[in-house]
Design a protein around this ligand. Structure first.
Ligand code: HEC
Ligand code: HEC
Ligand code: HEC
Ligand code: HEC
Ligand code: HEC
Length: 426
């Protein structure tokens, strides 16, 4: 834990420093433990995490974040970078938490910095203090947490007497999916695994944090731009929904005997497919076809949630018997052609015109599906020649203006992904 970062230096850390200098230096070294060390035993979890956006959250690895970071903040490989008003770049508090703890903006300085949200970043979070600081300012990402000198585990890892004669031990071997018994470095002593020396990785039980939304909210609750306009607000949306289904329940489902660490969202086709119930009814009534399309958000947060430029469009097409389109709800883009079919979170400038996240001074229209909302869209389509009506729900990571502008991004990040389809034969 760095003394240069007074805000992260919570009350319990001060106490720990007073009681034991070794505990604090252990924390210093734990946050420098790269995920490859954990991989030695937790192979399956490592693989899931490695492919997640958590492992790819730094500006050098996530091309969308990187584009904004370079525009708003600067070079991610340079030390001592500050914002225009001389502050430590807030992005790092969430996108490169281990660098934030050590006050570094040179994000390739240590493997644990460029690993982004890695094993130890999450597994040393001890207590969530909320994102509203005492001075009325937001304390975001790592600033909202007290951290520990030991790893935090969800299941109530035994840290007292290891040799209780009557207890059943659920902690033999690192996870069913990982196969076989493994030596356990979490009991406080170094171990050897396949010839590799593993340092002591002491573990503390912390179901209160690890099994609840507290493990996520510091980074996922809400973030404002410098004008106070909320950019991402997944946690706020969730709290307004009064749901008590945890984030882990959906984002870390149990696969076999382990909690899945893939944590998919907008980049994950599988999660997106399951996010919406899309149904469509079409009935011919004389010269027209009455179409009723329904979209139901399955989540206790908005759909789409997260970064403001996420958006969904409904494309409705009527085909003739030869499979040729004869009618479309939005030949160009629904933002102009059919606003009810555009589900987006828009930001605006003082004049009310569309604005980018860093410069927005107010919210624009928010037409996303609210938590658990079902939206009904009605259409009257000219019936002439129509043999089939097809609806496609398409997810976009970026507003169209950004997808067009950011030609340097990989095609997969700029193009639409179809997440649900419904057809009606006429
Ligand atoms: C030498 C092998 C080994 C290494 C390396 C290792 N672990 Fe473990 N880990 C184990 C074993 C064995 C268990 C107990 C069985 C289980 O729960 O899978 C365990 C359990 C855990 C648990 C579950 C605790 C609970 O309360 O349920 C967490 C969390 C964990 N390890 C995190 C880590 C992290 C983070 C790292 C890297 C900093 C790491 N481990 C490195 C062997 C290892
Ligand atoms: C974004 C935060 C986050 C990251 C990153 C993360 N974990 Fe976890 N991990 C959790 C949470 C939360 C749980 C508890 C899930 C539950 O029990 O509900 C957990 C549970 C575990 C467990 C217990 C397994 C089980 O099925 O109960 C192990 C072992 C573990 N993590 C190891 C790792 C390793 C190794 C890495 C890095 C490769 C890692 N974690 C990265 C948040 C994280
Ligand atoms: C230390 C901060 C931090 C914590 C704690 C954290 N996350 Fe994240 N999470 C991030 C960042 C940063 C990203 C965005 C990475 C990017 O796109 O560049 C992210 C991305 C995600 C995504 C989006 C993936 C996608 O496909 O776009 C999901 C889902 C997610 N996190 C779920 C969780 C859950 C569930 C928890 C709690 C168990 C959690 N996170 C805890 C920082 C964090
Ligand atoms: C009922 C299941 C469910 C629960 C509970 C849930 N989510 Fe999600 N989440 C999803 C699905 C499905 C998606 C993909 C569709 C979307 O973006 O809304 C998603 C998307 C996301 C994303 C991706 C945003 C992006 O920009 O790509 C984040 C971040 C996220 N959720 C965080 C959370 C957090 C934090 C919680 C707890 C407060 C939570 N979710 C609770 C199912 C759930
Ligand atoms: C409070 C934590 C937090 C802070 C501070 C933060 N972000 Fe993020 N950011 C996230 C999370 C979580 C996600 C992914 C889920 C989502 O979209 O909400 C994300 C996603 C993004 C994305 C979308 C990435 C993608 O793959 O599509 C961009 C761009 C981004 N952030 C830029 C920034 C910039 C630039 C800053 C600093 C000016 C910043 N963020 C500060 C938490 C944060």
């Amino acid at each position: 834990m760095s003394i240069r970062n007074p805000v992260a230096f919570g009350a319990s850390a001060v106490l720990a420093l007073a009681l034991s200098v070794t505990a604090v230096s252990a924390a210093e070294s734990l946050i420098d433990v790269p995920s490859s060390v954990c991989q030695t035993c937790h192979k399956e979890i490592y693989k899931q995490w490695e492919g997640s956006m958590h492992a790819n959250s730094v500006a050098m690895k996530d091309p969308i974040h990187g584009t904004f970071y370079k525009k708003v903040i600067g070079d991610p490989l340079q030390a001592g970078v500050t914002t225009k008003d001389g502050k430590f770049p807030v992005c790092i508090q969430c996108h490169a938490p281990n660098a934030a703890i050590q006050n570094s903006t040179k994000l390739d300085e240590k493997p644990t910095y460029s690993e982004g949200v890695n094993c130890v970043a999450c597994h040393t979070l001890k207590r969530f203090n909320g994102i509203n600081g005492p001075n009325g300012k937001l304390q975001l990402g790592m600033l909202s947490y007290e951290r520990s000198s030991g790893l935090q585990g969800p299941a109530g890892f035994p840290v007292g007497l290891q040799k209780l004669a009557t207890a059943t031990d659920m902690f033999g071997g690192a996870g069913a999916g990982d196969g076989g018994d493994k030596p356990n470095p979490h009991l406080g002593e170094p171990v050897t695994m396949d010839g590799t020396e593993i340092p002591a990785l002491p573990m503390e039980p912390n179901a209160t944090l690890m099994k609840t939304n507290d493990a996520c909210m510091g980074c996922h609750d809400k973030r404002n731009n410098s004008h106070g306009v909320p950019l991402c607000a997944t946690g706020n949306e969730y709290m307004a929904s009064k749901s008590d289904v945890t984030c882990q329940y959906c984002h870390m489902p149990m696969v076999g005997n382990t909690a899945d660490h893939s944590m998919g969202g907008g980049h994950d086709g599988g999660m997106l497919k399951r996010s919406v119930v899309f149904t469509m009814r079409a009935e011919k009534a004389g010269e027209t076809i009455d179409v009723v399309a329904k979209l139901k958000n399955q989540q206790p947060h908005a759909l789409p949630t997260g970064a403001p430029f996420r958006n969904i469009v409904l494309k409705l097409t009527a085909y003739n018997a030869n499979g040729e389109p004869v009618w479309e709800n939005a030949p160009e883009h629904p933002a102009q052609d059919d606003p009810q079919a555009y589900f987006a979170y828009l930001l605006a400038d003082d004049a009310g015109k569309d604005a980018m996240p860093p410069t927005a001074t107010q919210l624009g229209a928010d037409t996303r599906l609210r938590p658990h909302e079902e939206r009904t869209l009605s259409y009257e389509i000219p019936a002439k020649d129509v043999a089939l009506v097809r609806g496609e729900v398409q997810y976009n990571l970026l507003w169209k203006v950004l997808a067009d502008k950011f030609g340097h991004l990989p095609e997969g990040l700029r193009s639409s992904r179809t997440i649900a389809v419904a057809e009606a034969k006429i």
